[in-house]
Each structure stands twice: as C-alpha cells, then as structure tokens.
Write a protein that binds this ligand. Structure first.
Ligand code: SAM
Ligand code: SF4
Length: 324
C-alpha cells in the first residue's frame, strides 16, 4: 500500500487491549483510568478479519501491543492465527515483561518472531516508583527466560531526566548478554509524558561512549522502524536509538496503528484516522467496502508528526490507548 506521499505502508501495530498490569508514570494514570468498555474492544475474530484485509493490501509485519498485550486472554493463539495469514511475514510482541515468563512456552509454540521488552530501570525501588509495582525481579526473570527461549529479544528503554540516567549504561550492557538490541527511545510529549523531560539521544550516546568507547554506526536493519543502530566493541547485540524528537524520520514512516476499539490511526501525533469497528459490526459492510475505507484513510496519512507544536492532539493522547 502506498500513501499520498509515496511511502510504502507494510507495518501494522495492533493494540489488543488498553488494560495494563503496570502504571508507568509517563504513560498511564495511577488511578481513575477510564477503560474502554469490553463490548467496544475488538474481538480476536474481528482483529483477525481486519489483519487479513490489511495483509491483502500489503501489510507484511504486525506488532502486537497494548496496554499490556499479555493481560488479554488467548493472545498466544491469536499470534498463531496471525502467523497463518497469507502475506504476513513477521509477528512480534511488545511487553512490559511482568507476565511474560509464564506465557513464553505458548508464544514460542505460536511462532512469535520477536519480543520487545520495556525496561527503563534496573533499580528495584526506582522501578516500583516509576511503574507503581514492585515487579522488577519478575521482569528480569522474564527477560532471562526470553533470551534462553531463543526468540530474538530487544530491550526498549525511555531515558527520562532525573529518573533513570544512571540505568542507561547498565541497561546497554544487556547487549552483551544475549539481547539482540538495546534501544533508547526519546520520550514523546503525549498525555502524562508532558510532565517529564526526556533525554535526547545525543546525551545517551555520550554516556555510552564514556562507559564503553566509540559507537560505530551499523547498517543493520533489525526492526520494522526508524531505529539507528550502532556497534560497541565486545558487544554481540547492537545499540539502537529512536529519536522522534531530535531527528524526524517521518519521510520513511511505514506504519499504521489500530487501537483496541478499532480505530485506525495514521500517526501518533494526529487524530486523523477511521473507526473500523463500526464498519466491522455493520452487516451491510462487506470486506470490499472495508478495504476501500482503509485505502481512503491511508491516503490521508499526514506527512509528519507535530510534537513540537504541543498542544496538538498528541498532547491529549495516551500511549496505553494507542500502543506506543
Ligand atoms: N505495555 C507494553 C510495554 O510497556 O512494552 C506495550 C505498550 S507500551 C505503550 C509500548 C512502549 O511505549 C513502551 O516501551 C513504553 O515505554 C513506550 N512509551 C509509552 N509512552 C511513551 C512516550 N510518551 N514516549 C516514548 N515512548 C513511550
Ligand atoms: Fe503499561 Fe506499557 Fe504504558 Fe507502562 S508503558 S503503563 S507497561 S502500557
């Protein structure tokens, strides 16, 4: 599928739930979360129908995300069904790791192609403060088991001023311990994240150079997105930077997002999109008509994000509803 700016769209991120078993301070309110009512969340059958349609339009890679995707029942079997769709080449998962360990055998059996584990700190008290849960030992144990399972694992870390600077160097060292890549993601000013200041990638790079020596640019294409990868001498895994704030990569954006209640989102920082749930649940709409709606919507994909102009729609949005 090609959008109106000539970009090839082959990657879909599906949020299977807006529920989460953590409350990261920059993502989700500690209390009083207005969850999407159950009946508005797409069923797994509805999601599969949509994914088949997206695959027929050229989507090749799917990321299952949330909220926390592993709090939704039967996610592993859903992943197995995604893997059976004609045209889908890769299905990966993003998880906070809390419930991952017990799900690993099923995920492996389903043929999952990769897991991104979010890890912002390796200090237990900071983890508890940041996420509202004393869950670090569980996450680290999941991480270790995931590495041992042979499914390729990446770590995603969001560096935040005054929160986790001192974790950056030790978290990077997981790239010496069986993790395929450790990626540092610049904090995007959305919803609760506007209360924090993210560290630019340039600052993180300086910290890593001081600790480990030069970062050598690598041509590796390890994921579906815009990460720039580097090698460090003695590290098996790579170090990646996703820096939407300091470098625009919108000109090569290849992704669409589907929220748990069936809204097709074209860009994190814009409201533009379409409610596909209404169409799915209206017996008058055929697959062909839904395909037309998807193609018309994708044609409206904005050229670039607008995070610099806060408050845009992005400032009101919440990542746990969109899936990161
Ligand atoms: N619960 C899962 C997890 O934490 O990996 C999946 C959903 S979560 C929304 C996906 C990713 O988005 C996480 O790595 C999280 O750190 C990141 N994220 C959330 N809010 C963000 C923000 N404002 N800027 C950058 N990344 C953000
Ligand atoms: Fe949950 Fe992931 Fe958001 Fe943290 S970043 S609150 S784990 S959805």
């Amino acid at each position: 599928m090609i959008d109106s700016y000539g970009r090839s769209i082959d990657y879909l991120r599906i949020s299977v739930t807006d529920r989460c078993n953590l409350r990261c301070q920059y993502c989700m309110p500690q209390g009083g979360v207005q969850s999407i009512p159950h009946q508005e969340i797409l069923t797994l059958e509805e999601l599969l129908r949509l994914c088949r349609l997206f695959a027929s339009l050229g989507v090749r890679k799917i990321k299952v995300t949330g909220g926390e995707p592993l709090v939704r029942k039967q996610v592993a079997s859903f992943i197995g069904h995604l893997k059976e769709i004609d045209g889908i080449e890769q299905v990966t998962l993003t998880s906070n790791g809390l419930a991952l360990e017990r799900c690993l055998p099923e995920l492996q059996a389903a043929g999952l192609d990769g897991i991104n584990i979010s890890l912002d700190t390796i200090r237990r008290e900071v983890f508890t403060f940041l996420t509202g849960t004393d869950g670090l030992p569980m996450v680290l144990s999941s991480l270790q088991k995931a590495i041992e399972s042979g499914i390729p694992v990446k770590i995603n870390c969001v560096p935040i001023l005054g929160m986790n600077e001192e974790d950056i160097v030790p978290i990077a060292s997981f790239a010496q311990k069986g993790v395929k890549a450790v990626r540092f993601i610049e904090l995007m000013p959305m919803g609760l994240a506007c209360r924090f200041q993210g560290l630019p990638s340039s600052v993180v790079q300086e910290l890593l150079k001081t600790a480990y020596g030069p970062l050598c640019p690598s041509q590796a294409k390890l994921g579906n997105g815009p990460a720039q990868y580097y090698k460090i001498a003695g590290f098996h895994g790579q170090i990646g930077f996703i820096d939407p704030m300091s470098h625009r990569f919108c000109q090569s954006c290849n992704r669409l997002r589907l929220t748990a209640n069936g809204r097709l989102k074209l860009c994190l920082a814009h409201e533009a999109g379409a409610d596909l749930k209404e169409l799915l649940r209206d017996p008058h709409y055929s697959d062909e008509q839904i395909l037309i709606k998807i193609k018309e919507t994708v044609w409206q994909k904005p050229l670039q994000h607008a995070f610099e102009q806060v408050p845009e729609e992005g400032a009101q949005a919440n990542m746990f509803r969109i899936g990161g």
